[in-house]
Design a protein around this ligand. Structure first.
Ligand code: RB5
Length: 153
């Protein structure tokens, strides 16, 4: 399994959401672009009702192709899209609700996809979580062993 010690400043960040995450995706995309990050927007692009597994699959494909180094997924609660994303062996998707989770999912889990609930997490908290996700390195060591155990399933 490929693990990233840090998410580099030049790495492309992919974003994908269903209709429940559309508004928060727009906010986070703008935040990333304002900070000079390159983004890959995998949709959805309007408010029509869509199916979150489709967007988790797009994220899985983008990461396996190397089109992006990490990603952000958003659905209404973040639950459905994180369940869908974690069915792909190369994805470690972390649904977070606060800064502590955003930091620890990098330090301990080497999460490569950050997940939010667009209907459950406010913009400012999500922006704070995103910053921590991008800035926090994976600690490796005993955590590497555990991440490797995920890959051997
Ligand atoms: C869509 O209405 C909603 O079910 C979806 O965004 C998500 O919350 C599912 O887990």
């Amino acid at each position: 399994m490929v693990t990233a010690q840090v998410i580099g400043e030049s790495d492309i960040v992919a974003l994908a959401c269903d209709h429940g995450g559309l508004a928060l995706k727009a906010v986070l995309k703008a935040t990333l672009e304002e900070s000079g990050r390159s983004v890959l927007d995998l949709g959805t692009h309007d408010g029509s009702s869509v199916d979150y597994p489709v967007y988790a699959a797009r994220m899985a494909e983008a990461l396996s192709n190397g089109d992006a180094a990490c990603g952000i997924l958003i659905c209404g609660t973040g639950i459905g899209i994180s369940i869908a994303a974690n069915r792909y062996p190369h994805i470690r998707a972390a649904l977070v609700h606060d800064a502590f989770g955003a930091r620890l999912c990098r330090q301990h889990n080497d999460a490569n996809v950050l997940v939010f609930g667009g209907r459950t997490t406010g913009e400012e908290i999500a922006k704070d979580c995103l910053r921590l996700f991008l800035e926090t390195p994976f600690e490796g060591g005993r955590h590497q062993r555990r991440v490797d155990m995920l890959a051997s399933k």
